[in-house]
Each structure stands twice: as structure tokens, then as C-alpha cells.
Design a protein around this ligand. Structure first.
Ligand SMILES: C[S@@+](CC[C@H](N)C(=O)[O-])C[C@H]1O[C@@H](n2cnc3c(N)ncnc32)[C@H](O)[C@@H]1O
Length: 216
């Protein structure tokens, strides 16, 4: 641990996140920031933060251009307690090779980590301005059953097993969205890019849910 190997070897995940940059910048541009407030961004299921660095760099740059240097920007990285948070801090400080770190290039930026579980509320109520997650929220909370003759749910051949996985996923997804809705500042957005038929979903707290197809 501590060498950033997880995300140095995840080119597919990098590309998925790069495709999200326009949507995230759209959200940043439409944000209304109150004078004296802190702008908080959360990366849920961040791993070692390598793949989301270019996206977060672009968001911080946009916020700086729009609101100037006085706006404190807080990025919270969330993942499981066993996550490689050491590599994340090494990346942020430029101590291992990787994309440029917004933390080094922009003053008045702050980072912290949350090693809990995104099926619970992770962040205090109404304190997140922009939430993001990529290729993480398809991890179910529990395995609903063993899979006959295979290890991965995409290879299920028994209909009852498919049904159990579907039910588990639906229940987990609702749990997860309700937790995010508590964390978001009213009217602010979360963007989730997932390995699923609907891969890109925006949750707007207090307003509505806006489901977009890939490339929308
Ligand atoms: C495939 S990696 C994706 C990492 C990064 N978001 C990306 O797109 O490159 C999935 C991440 O989700 C995290 N994860 C899975 N279940 C989680 C949970 N219940 N709470 C928080 N993080 C979780 C894993 O620990 C892992 O770091």
C-alpha cells in the first residue's frame, strides 16, 4: 500500500471519469455560492484518488475562476475503512507520479477523508455542495445468494438468483440515495457514474431526480 498502484493501473476508470467532466463543470457553474461559505465536494468510493484527480482539478479551477481565491474549497474523499488512503495523500502532495494535484496548485483548498461506508450517512446533514462517485456504487451491501457455477452476477443462469441480486441492488440503491439526500445542501447535486444500464444519474437534493443516458 502507499504506491498508488490501484489507480495507476485503471485506465478504463480514468476514461469513465474524464467523460463526466462536462457534467460536473455544468453543476459547478450553476452552483450559487453564499459569501463566507465553504464549497464542499465529496468523492464517494474514491480508492486512492488517482482517477478522479483530473476531474477535481477541473472543478477547483472553475470555482477559482468564478469565485476567486477567497472561497475555501473542501474535498472529502470517502471509501471503506480498509482503503489505501495513504496513496491518496501521497498523490495529493505530489509524492508519487500521477496527474497534477489541485491541492498543490490552488491555495485555500482543504482535503479530508471519511473511511466509513457509503450505505450510511457519511457527512453531516446539508453540508455537501457537489457529490461524485464513479464505478463504485455497484458494490452491493450484501451478497444475496451464492451463484450456481460462477462467481460474477453477469454469469447467473438461474432466474431465482437473478431476482435475488436485482432485489438486493434495488434496496441498496434506495438506501444509498436516501443517505446522499441527507448530506446534500438543498438544491445541490450528486453525480454517479456506474456500471449499469443507466450509468449516469444526477440526484438533486430537495428538487427532483434527473436520470440521463450515457453521453447526455
Ligand atoms: C472500482 S473502485 C473505483 C474507484 C474510483 N471511484 C474510480 O472510478 O476509479 C470501487 C471503490 O469503491 C469502494 N467501495 C465499495 N463499497 C463501498 C462502500 N460500501 N463504501 C465506501 N466505498 C466502497 C471500494 O473500496 C473501491 O475503492
Amino acid at each position: 500500500m502507499g504506491l498508488g498502484s490501484t489507480q495507476t493501473n485503471s485506465i478504463g476508470c480514468y476514461n469513465v471519469i474524464l467523460e463526466s467532466v462536462p457534467l460536473m463543470l455544468e453543476s459547478v457553474k450553476s452552483a450559487s455560492v453564499k459569501p463566507g461559505s465553504v464549497f464542499t465536494i465529496v468523492d464517494y468510493g474514491c480508492a486512492d484518488g488517482g482517477t478522479s484527480m483530473p476531474l477535481l482539478y477541473a472543478c477547483v479551477k472553475e470555482l477559482r475562476q468564478t469565485y476567486g481565491d477567497d472561497l475555501p474549497i473542501h474535498v472529502i474523499y470517502e471509501d471503506q475503512p480498509v482503503n489505501d488512503f495513504k496513496s491518496l495523500y501521497l498523490r495529493l502532495q505530489g509524492l508519487i507520479p500521477g496527474p497534477n494535484s489541485y491541492f498543490l496548485d490552488f491555495a485555500n483548498t482543504f482535503v479530508s477523508t471519511c473511511g466509513t461506508n457509503f450505505y450510511s450517512q457519511c457527512i453531516p446533514p446539508e453540508s455537501v455542495n457537489l457529490g461524485f462517485s464513479s464505478t463504485a456504487m455497484h458494490w452491493l451491501r450484501d451478497k444475496p445468494c451464492d451463484i450456481t457455477g460462477a462467481l460474477h452476477h453477469t454469469m447467473i443462469t438461474v432466474p431465482e438468483e437473478t431476482e435475488k441480486f436485482k432485489n438486493q441492488a434495488a434496496h441498496d440503491w434506495e438506501t444509498l440515495l436516501l443517505a446522499r439526500a441527507k448530506e446534500l445542501v438543498s438544491g445541490k447535486k450528486s453525480l454517479f457514474r456506474q456500471l449499469a444500464p443507466i450509468i449516469c444519474l444526477q440526484l438533486v437534493s430537495g428538487l427532483n431526480r434527473d436520470v440521463r443516458s450515457p453521453g447526455a
